[in-house]
Structure formats: structure tokens, C-alpha cells
Design a protein around this ligand. Structure first.
Ligand code: SF4
Length: 456
């Protein structure tokens, strides 16, 4: 017989807790078992004047609302509060009763402004500590990667810096203007900027992809269970190599453990990164890059002698440093009389040059050692680098696919950092909840007495 559901409202009251209506396996119910925000009220107390004004939203309730949004992929405040009106699980998770009035969405915006990004970093840091205490993160083997996040700006908001001023100054001298533009593009004078979000900068994740106004998230993931140990957001144009050493130092402070091995992709393969890892006694599983300039007499045939600070060319002639300034290294040049009559000169020297110049980057010996190490990667190194792909890149994919990090929700670096911290905290809480569930299943499998199971 076909059943019939009575669509009229039958109950005026709900007896018991809203918790009874939320399934145990619901993500908010699972996260609630491992979430401890009891410390938060004291942490933000200095931002509120005691006994003055209307009582604000309970800080824990506000953070729980935000976390519920990130866990369920509802990252916009208006949408979140509309959903919370009818979603029992969100109401229960944030501590609001069935008939209780929910805060206005603008209250969450005000809280973010009042607290600032650092308070949200502390919430994220607490999840890292909880994962360390639970034993699902060790901080000894870590995977580092960065990912671009599209800024919340329209294409129409992009403008070319100074273009009007230059055009006006040049009047109708079209040819000169074009020449000036060509030169200025190299110096960044004609770089595109976002008028509505100046913190976002034009960046791309590949040579064949177009530049987009972006932020860059730098993430460090633990090898054990994929716990996120550190996350930081910069403007899109910041290079990975500029950020990695600071982030590793931050991880060591946050976890209290010394990092033994770090994996990263070739985007981090800079001499100064390898030198920084050596100074910290960290093993880097990072594939080195091919030589940027292809020549018939490649740079690797020029031997750098660190002891005497000179370079020997393939014919054994000496190249010495000259005074030409360059930000990332030094020029070493040969003498014209050495190259004159050299049989390799047609291949080695550029057209119309009578001497050879090579650039030796700062910390070049560390780069050479890293290249030699790359040639001798063990099976364990290969295994770790394979894990890098699904641990580190998996984190960015998870954050973008399920937690709304594919696009910035708000404008400005501070807001972007808050979004990244809350996303990372939500993912860590998921890991923690999964670990707790695994422990319970393990205890059930061992047929532990029921009273012990309840305590666990
Ligand atoms: S051209 Fe000069 S730098 Fe090049 S191999 Fe000959 S002597 Fe050495």
C-alpha cells in the first residue's frame, strides 16, 4: 500500500535536546566531540568593554557558526545565516535553540573586524596542538606547497597602473608611447592592479594559463594523517621560495618538534632554500630545476671552486668575480686573452663577445649538493615525494572543493587570512574527529567493556 505523509505541523514542542535530532555521523556532531573553545572567551575579553553597551554574541557561538559554515561549504555569511534558520544541526552546533533568534549576518563581519586575523590564527593553532596531543601529527616529516586563490574581484575592476598619466604626458606621440609601454612592461610600470582589492596581485599557476587577480596560500601538511600544521596567505606574486623557510620555522615553533624531512615541488628549488634547509639540518626532498639557459656549453661544465671563490671553464681557464651588481648572485668573467683562440669559443661565447660571463647564484654550493642528492634519491625519497602529491596537493584540493577556498569570500589580505585559518581549522577538526572514530572502532573490535568504551 502506498503510504501518505501528513504534511501538517503536528508538534508544537520538541522534548529533549536538539542533539537528539542530529544524527551521530553528521559532520557537526562528529566535530563537536573534539572541539574545545572554552578558552576563547578569555582570549578575546580584552576586545570588549565590561559592563558597557548591549551584550554581544557569545564568542564561542560566533566561531561555531563560522566553523559550521566552513565544514558544510557555506562560506558566505548571508547564506550561512539563512541556512541556520532552518538547519537544526547548525543551530544545535552553535548553541541556539529552536525558537531562539539568530544573530544578523553583519554581526559575524563585525566580529572578524574586531578580532583581526591573529585571533583566528590562534583558533587554528589550537587545532594543531589538539592533533599533536592526539598523536595524529608529529611534525617530523612535512609537505609544503602553495596554491593560488582567485580574488573576489571582477575583471572590470582591473586597471593598468599609470597608463592615463603616461598617455597624457606623451600627447599624440603614438610611436614613442608604444615604445615607452614596451619598456615599462618590463619594469612593472604597466602592471595590472585591482582597484577594488589592491592586496590581490596578478598571478598564474602555469605558463599557458592567463594571469588572474589572486592571493597565494602557503600550506604545510604533516605526513602522518594529513594534519595542516601551518597556513599563511600572501599576495599572489610572492614566490614560493621566499616563504618556505619562515613557514618551516613557524611549524617548528607551533609543534615543538624538529622537522627532519620536508618535501616540496620544483617551484621551491632555489639555492637559498637548499642552503636554509642545510642550516636547519632538514633533509629536502625537492626535485631540482633544469638549467634555465640552454647553451651548447652548459653552465654545469663551469666548475665553481668555493674555497678560492673562482670558476673554472671547460678548458681550465679561470673566471673571476667582477663588480657588476645582481640581486641573486655574482658575475664571473673570463679574460679576453684566455678565450682568444680557444677551440670552444664559437660555441661558448655569444656573438660579438670576446669574454665569457656566468652568473653564480648566492648559496650555489648548496644547490650543487642538492642536485647531487637528487641524482641519488632513495626509494624512501621517491615514496615521500609521491606522498607529497596527495598529502599537500590533496589538502589544497580538499579546501577548494569542499570548503569554499577556490575563491576569496571577502576582499583584503586580512579577510583572506581569516578565511584560510578557518578552513584549515575545519579540516584539522575533521581529521581529529576521524581519528576519534577510528579509536572507537578499534576499541569495539577489541571488545572492550562498554563502560570503558563510553569513557573513550
Ligand atoms: S671560450 Fe673562454 S671560457 Fe669558454 S671554454 Fe674557451 S677559454 Fe673557457
Amino acid at each position: 500500500m502506498i503510504g501518505r505523509q501528513n504534511r501538517d505541523q503536528l508538534e508544537f514542542f520538541v522534548c529533549g535536546s536538539l542533539r537528539d535530532l542530529v544524527p551521530d555521523e553528521h559532520i557537526l556532531a562528529r566535530v563537536d566531540r573534539v572541539l574545545d573553545l572554552g578558552w576563547l572567551k578569555d582570549d578575546v575579553a580584552d576586545l570588549y568593554a565590561p559592563g558597557v553597551g548591549r551584550p554581544g554574541i557569545d564568542p564561542e557561538a560566533a566561531v561555531r557558526l563560522m566553523l559550521a559554515g566552513f565544514l558544510l561549504g557555506i562560506v558566505h555569511d548571508r547564506r550561512l545565516m539563512r541556512e541556520a534558520q532552518v538547519n537544526l544541526a547548525i543551530r544545535w552546533f552553535a548553541g541556539f535553540g529552536l525558537h531562539e533568534r539568530l544573530p544578523d549576518h553583519s554581526s559575524l563581519t563585525r566580529i572578524r573586524h574586531r578580532w583581526g586575523a591573529e585571533r583566528f590564527r590562534r583558533i587554528f593553532a589550537r587545532t594543531v596542538t589538539a592533533c599533536m596531543t592526539a598523536g595524529i601529527a608529529k611534525g617530523e616529516v612535512v609537505h609544503v606547497d602553495a596554491s593560488l586563490i582567485r580574488a573576489d574581484v571582477a575583471w572590470e575592476s582591473l586597471a593598468v597602473r599609470h597608463v592615463d598619466a603616461v598617455t597624457n604626458a606623451n600627447g599624440d606621440r603614438t610611436a614613442e608611447t608604444q615604445e615607452g609601454q614596451r619598456k615599462s612592461r618590463k619594469t612593472g610600470k604597466f602592471k595590472k592592479v585591482c582597484l577594488t582589492d589592491p592586496d590581490a596581485t596578478m598571478a598564474t599557476s602555469g605558463r599557458n594559463r592567463r594571469l588572474e587577480p589572486s592571493y597565494k596560500q602557503h600550506g604545510t601538511v604533516d605526513d602522518e594523517c594529513g594534519v595542516i600544521l601551518d597556513v599563511e596567505v600572501t599576495t599572489g606574486e610572492i614566490n614560493e621560495g621566499q616563504a618556505i623557510l619562515d613557514r618551516l620555522d613557524a611549524v617548528a615553533v607551533a609543534t615543538g618538534a624538529s622537522i627532519g624531512t620536508v618535501t616540496a615541488d620544483a617551484g621551491y628549488a632555489y639555492a637559498k632554500v637548499f642552503a636554509g634547509l642545510e642550516a636547519r639540518e632538514i633533509t629536502g626532498v625537492i626535485p631540482t630545476k633544469a638549467e634555465p639557459i640552454r647553451s651548447k656549453v652548459p653552465l654545469r661544465r663551469f666548475r665553481y671552486d668555493a674555497k678560492h671563490d673562482l670558476v673554472k671553464c671547460p678548458r681550465g681557464k679561470i673566471l673571476r668575480p667582477n663588480k657588476a651588481k645582481i640581486s641573486h648572485g655574482r658575475f664571473f668573467a673570463s679574460k679576453a686573452r684566455d678565450c682568444k683562440g680557444c677551440d670552444l669559443a664559437p660555441l661558448c661565447l655569444s656573438a660579438s663577445r670576446v669574454t665569457k660571463s656566468v652568473v653564480i647564484v648566492h648559496d650555489y654550493p648548496a644547490l650543487l649538493r642538492a642536485r647531487r642528492r637528487r641524482d641519488r634519491w632513495s626509494e624512501e625519497d621517491d615514496r615521500l615525494y609521491r606522498r607529497h602529491r596527495w598529502r599537500s596537493e590533496g589538502f589544497h584540493g580538499e579546501a577548494k572543493t569542499w570548503h569554499g577556498l577556490a575563491r576569496a569570500v571577502r576582499r583584503g589580505l586580512g579577510n583572506m587570512r581569516i578565511q584560510a585559518f578557518l578552513t584549515a581549522a575545519a579540516i584539522n577538526l575533521k581529521r581529529l574527529a576521524a581519528a576519534l572514530l577510528a579509536t572507537i572502532f578499534a576499541l569495539i573490535a577489541q571488545q572492550i567493556p562498554r563502560n570503558e568504551l563510553t569513557r573513550a
